[in-house]
Write a protein of this length. Structure first.
Length: 343
């Protein structure tokens, strides 16, 4: 059946998630040229040329945004990592062989599986993060899957230049990193898939790489930050101040910075995030798989800092409802408050 550019969708209920909290039962949605143009109660007559979709037994609500992930790792879904992610983690043994062995086709297959599962969970917009390895085309496979998925994807091409997490011979220099970022953009970027830079994490990059990648962003830059006490202590020893303060001193903390894992941030760092307009991504289920601490998200909420939810890896599934439920329940338990984060 040929579907026109104008569509009318009926539903048993439409949960709008607007500021008024409107729920229309029954309700409808009008779409014109892929944009929602009207939402309301009832079942209005279709206009001339409109294609009608009748979901009168279903509830419609806005789709979800997944703010942090490593989607090619869907090939390893359900497998718990045997290593502890630490500042000095070295990729060796079977882990190293597997990392090198994952080629373009396998990354594309893993990411394609992940995107199908994201859609099944109601996610239509997602980020992805994957490290570049010199001489290997892993990112080409993962980005190809993003383009083919039809989802809206912000793909963070991650780079490192001072860590054994990626062996030295596979690390790119700063000029090589910038050139690779430009190649990926010119090859794959389109209206639904954007490619942005990510200095992977402060223990794994130099300050010069952070600043160079920041200068090349189009809309946003991401970074893994203080997910552990060890990371927090490392930053204070390395720089003489916390990690977020260091980003601010580098001039890269702003309203286009997305910080993954806001677990060990002190009050000064939270205040700086609020002042600069930075945002964060919290991955409750994945963090619990890794045995990480549970942050008090009220500290960010009270400062009007945007905190999105992410699935991340390891997770065990792509069930975003599980991620939302786990986040809510852990926050209520942490704060001993049954009403915490109730809409």
């Amino acid at each position: 059946m040929l579907i026109s550019s104008s569509q009318l969708i009926y539903a048993a209920a439409v949960i709008t998630m607007n500021d008024a909290g409107d729920i229309f039962s029954p309700g409808y949605i009008r779409v014109t040229d892929a944009l929602i143009t009207e939402v309301g109660p009832g079942r209005p007559e279709a206009a001339a040329g409109e294609t009608v979709h009748d979901f009168s037994d279903d509830v419609l609500l806005p789709s979800f945004v997944n703010t942090h992930h490593h989607i090619a790792s869907s090939l390893l879904q359900g497998a718990e990592p045997k290593h502890k992610m630490a500042v000095g983690t070295v990729r060796d043994g079977a882990w190293l062989k597997m990392s090198i062995g994952l080629d373009k086709e396998q990354c594309q297959a893993g990411a394609s599986l992940g995107y199908l599962q994201l859609l099944e969970s109601g996610i239509t917009t997602t980020t992805d993060s994957q490290s570049s390895w010199k001489g290997l085309s892993k990112l080409d496979g993962s980005i190809s899957a993003a383009v083919q998925s039809g989802l809206r994807v912000i793909f963070f091409a991650a780079f490192v230049n001072r860590t054994e997490l990626v062996p030295t011979e596979y690390q790119l220099t700063i000029p090589e990193s910038l050139s690779e970022l430009e190649r990926l953009r010119s090859t794959y970027q389109n209206s639904r898939t954007s490619i942005e830079p990510e200095p992977l994490s402060l223990p794994r990059v130099t300050d010069d790489l952070v600043k160079a990648l920041h200068s090349q962003r189009n809309h946003i830059m991401a970074m893994h930050l203080t997910y552990s006490e060890e990371f927090e202590q490392w930053a204070r020893k390395e720089y003489g101040h916390p990690a977020v303060v260091h980003l601010d001193k580098l001039g890269v903390l702003d309203d286009a910075m997305l910080l993954a894992h806001p677990v060990h941030f002190d009050d000064q760092e939270v205040d700086l995030m609020a002042k600069r307009g930075a945002s964060a991504s919290y991955c409750a289920v994945s963090n619990m798989h890794m045995g990480l601490a549970i942050p008090d998200l009220r500290r960010f909420h009270d400062k009007k800092i945007a905190v999105g939810l992410g699935l991340d890896h390891p997770n065990g599934s792509h069930d975003f409802f599980e991620t939302m439920k786990t986040t809510l329940l852990t926050q209520r338990s942490l704060n001993r408050d049954q009403e915490s984060f109730t809409p």
